[in-house]
Ligand binder design. Sequence first.
Ligand SMILES: Nc1ncnc2c1ncn2[C@@H]1O[C@H](COP(=O)(O)OP(=O)(O)OP(=O)(O)O)[C@@H](O)[C@H]1O
Length: 323
Amino acid sequence: MSDPAIAANGLRKSYGETTVLDGIDIHVPAGTIYSLLGPNGAGKTTAVKILSTLISPDPASGPLRVGGHDLTTDPQAVRAAIGVTGQFSAVDGLITGEENMLLMADLNHLPRGEGRRVTAELLERFDLTQAAKKPASTYSGGMKRRLDIAMTLVGNPKIIFLDEPTTGLDPRSRHTMWQIIRELVTDGVTVFLTTQYLEEADQLADRIAVLTNGKIAAQGSAEELKRLIPGGHVQLRFTDPAAYQTAALTLREATRDDQALTLRIPSDGTQRELRTILDRLDAAGTEADELTVHTPDLDDVFFALTSTTSIPAQPAQPKEAVR
Ligand SMILES: Nc1ncnc2c1ncn2[C@@H]1O[C@H](COP(=O)(O)OP(=O)(O)OP(=O)(O)O)[C@@H](O)[C@H]1O
């Protein structure tokens, strides 16, 4: 297996008495999307700045490697492997989109012809060819973000840090950006994404880490995180009262709704649990007309993990997923 794109162990950062990152571990396999989620001020931007060599970690941190290079001893090699698109865009509004791109090509020491070729290709890819000769200050928010990512790609980075890439964008531009991020990964790029939108992490990330109080409170896929908090259940709906009665006698732990002919069984929604329920129904010779798995959504998880109180016993009404 190849080296992880990012392997940070015991990452620490304090400002005076304030501990912002209290020894967090981040492991991102190459070619995947990792999302760091956390409330405002949790330390997401600090983590991005450290991993992209903009600020130093505390010396007490464990080994930190990005792109296979040690962050402390070989920051130049890390810089050559990464691209960063931050909350403060690198786009210069006074010059055209094309000129911004050519400037990046110069900064990356691309020969002139090569710079022009890459610029034309990226402007085309990000649907900016028509606007290429206009000053970037005339671009919409979505166009500026696309130009910003295009500029990051001029250096052909293997790892890209996107710090809140869709904040302030309208839904259509946000979806375009999601598509761009997915395509980056298809091309083999690793994406480290911070976002304040849970839906964004849910849509894009292979792995999500929830950062709170300087520590990672939980990490996993969106589905794994959703299973961490209570509220999941399987609902079975019947049209035949006799089938319903048989099932209710078989699944005695279920909550009954005799009017609606539905049974609700607490479950984490895993394949194993579903199979067990279906096997028990089979053994009793009965069959449900509809089976629905209800899982808490990522909002429920986020609030449960980042609130100061413990996980609520009654989370908000879970979203439904008919399977
Ligand atoms: N240079 C600094 N000196 C002192 N404190 C700092 C400095 N930079 C950041 N902080 C503090 O570190 C904490 C984390 O900030 P950071 O910007 O990393 O959070 P964030 O999770 O990115 O938040 P947001 O979503 O609001 O951007 C905040 O409390 C912030 O005030």
